[in-house]
Design a protein around this ligand. Structure first.
Ligand code: AMP
Ligand code: ZN
Ligand code: FE
Ligand code: FE
Length: 280
C-alpha cells in the first residue's frame, strides 16, 4: 500500500524545511504521495515539482487556504488544481496581501499592549515565506518576550487574543468557486475540535468536497466520526501530518506515521479529473 501525506508545510510559508529537503525526507520515510500545502502559496510546491519527479515521489498540487467565514478564519486544503489558472493566481496574490496587512495589524495590536516587537523583525523572520503568526511567535521567543513558541500563542497570538483584528482574507464562497473553476478539489482542514456539526454541514452544503479526517489533532474517535460523516455524505477522506519541521509543534513526529491510504488518493484524483473535464 502506498502511503500518502496530504498536509505539509515548507519555508514557502511557516515550515522549517525547504521544499527540496521535505521531498527527500518524504522519500526517506517511504511515502509514495505527498502534497505540499503551504499557507496561501504554491511557491514551495512549484519549487519541489522537478525534484519530486527526479526521485519518483508523486507530488500533488496543494495549498492550505485561509478563508474568512462567519467571523472565523477557516483552513481549507485545495488539491489538484490547474496551477496556472488565472483565478487561482489572483486569489493567492490577494491572500498574500491580506497576510501582510493582518501582520501589520497584529504588530500594532501587540505594541499597544506594550510588547516590544516591530513589523520589520517579523518580515525578516518570515524571509521569503508567506508571513504568518509563527513568524511573530519566533520573534517573541528570540527577544525573550516569552519563554516558548507555545507561550507566544497562548499569551498573544491565539485566535481568541486576536479576535478584534480585521482581515481581508477571501471569503469561503469565493475560495470554493475559484478552486472549482481551476479544476481542483477542496477539503476542510483539521475540523477536529474547531467547528460544530452544524457548521461542518453548512460548509459541506456550500461545496466542500472532502474532510481531513486524518490529522494528528484527531484522536481515534474523532477520526472515526469524521470518516463516517464523509462516507455518508459521499465526500473525500483526506489526511496528513501537518508537518512544519520545526520541532515546535506536537505534530512533527507524525510525519511518515499519520498517513492516508492510496485508495483515498485515487478518489481525490478521480474527482479532480472529473471537475477538470467539466470546466474544460
Ligand atoms: P496563520 O497562518 O498566521 O494563521 O498561522 C497559522 C499557523 O500557526 C498554524 O499552521 C500553526 O503552524 C501555527 N499555530 C496556530 N496555533 C498554534 C498554537 N496554539 N501553537 C503553536 N502553533 C500554532
Ligand atoms: Zn502553519
Ligand atoms: Fe491549518
Ligand atoms: Fe497546516
Amino acid at each position: 500500500m502506498g502511503k500518502a501525506d496530504l498536509h505539509t508545510h515548507t519555508t514557502a510559508s511557516d515550515g522549517a524545511f525547504s521544499p527540496e529537503k521535505l521531498i527527500k525526507y518524504a522519500s526517506q520515510k517511504g511515502l509514495k504521495t505527498l502534497a505540499i500545502t503551504d499557507h496561501d502559496t504554491i511557491k514551495g510546491y512549484l519549487e519541489a515539482k522537478s525534484i519530486a519527479n527526479e526521485i519518483g515521489l508523486e507530488l500533488l498540487p496543494g495549498v492550505e487556504l485561509t478563508a474568512s467565514w462567519m467571523g472565523m478564519e477557516v483552513h481549507i486544503l485545495a488539491y489538484c488544481f490547474d496551477e496556472e489558472d488565472k483565478g487561482l493566481l489572483n486569489l493567492l496574490l490577494g491572500q498574500k496581501r491580506a497576510r501582510r496587512k493582518r501582520m501589520v495589524s497584529i504588530v500594532n495590536h501587540l505594541q499597544k499592549q506594550g510588547v516590544d516587537i516591530d513589523i520589520d523583525e517579523v518580515k525578516a523572520e518570515a524571509g521569503s515565506g508567506n508571513i504568518g503568526r509563527p513568524h511573530a511567535a519566533e520573534v517573541l521567543v528570540n527577544k525573550k518576550v516569552v519563554a516558548s513558541f507555545g507561550e507566544a500563542f497562548i499569551r498573544y497570538l491565539s485566535s481568541d487574543k486576536l479576535k478584534d483584528i480585521v482581515t481581508e482574507y477571501s471569503t469561503l464562497e469565493n475560495i470554493i468557486e475559484v478552486i472549482q473553476n481551476a479544476g481542483g478539489v477542496l477539503s476542510l482542514a483539521h475540523p477536529g475540535p474547531i467547528y460544530s456539526s452544524r457548521q461542518v454541514n453548512k460548509m459541506i452544503s456550500m461545496g466542500i468536497d472532502g474532510l481531513e479526517c486524518i490529522h494528528p489533532s484527531h484522536n481515534f474517535t474523532v477520526q472515526r466520526n469524521f470518516t463516517k460523516t464523509a462516507s455518508s455524505n459521499n465526500l473525500l477522506i483526506t489526511g496528513g501530518s501537518d508537518f512544519h519541521g520545526k520541532g515546535k509543534t506536537d505534530y512533527d513526529p507524525y510525519f511518515g506515521i499519520v498517513t492516508l491510504g492510496e485508495q483515498h488518493v485515487f478518489s481525490l484524483k478521480r474527482m479532480a479529473q472529473r471537475r477538470k473535464e467539466m470546466v474544460a
